[in-house]
Design a protein around this ligand. Sequence first.
Ligand code: C5P
Length: 227
Amino acid sequence: RLRGVVALDGPSGTGKSTVARGLATALGASYLDTGAMYRAVTLAVLRAGTDPGDAAAVASVSESLRLEMSTEPERPGVSLDGEDVDREIRGAEVTGAVSAVSAVARVRELLVAEQRRLIDEALASPGGVVVEGRDIGGVVAPEAGLKVYLTASAHTRALRRSAQDSADGRVSDVDRTRDDVQRRDTIDSQRAVSPLRRADDAVEVDTTELDVPGVLARLRELVTERA
Ligand code: C5P
């Protein structure tokens, strides 16, 4: 049984969300999707008609909203000012603007504080918590008992994102998805505040040749060894 935190970081299309939820369910742990938090702030920015590139305006939107996260792996969810926005935050508009919003230092400051609070809350009950994102092992929870950095080839990641979009009923095109994934990774890796980077003590798991059960089996081994 997991007692502490599992930090799961990596770029998009590595299967992070699927395996994070699956691992949390298997371990009886809570699950926190930090990407959903950055996406929800981005939705609020777009709804306010704010330019995602205007850091001061984005910061002020992020200060005046109320986010609520469900940390149940079977029913994850995010609500923005009381409205369930889980579906809307996965759409193309939010996806196109989220990297700009998540590069704003004030947004990260507020969300990281909230993420730490949610982790503490989850740790108060037995079962631990699986947290997925880009900076969990490095910034949000450097004390995590297990840190995993998921990777996969750019082609595989584009295919997975595209399949996910189709499954969710969104229009999808592999070439466009590949460009989008690459553009987002470049911004996420090069931003000044908490860039996407493997923490020194994270175990890298390349998922290119693995299916979901294969990745889950590897993660469960790592949990048994370390967490
Ligand atoms: O994981 P997901 O694709 O939903 O994340 C959306 C975006 O949120 C990422 O591209 C990144 O810009 C941002 N993000 C972040 N830090 C995290 C989680 C997500 O900057 N911990």
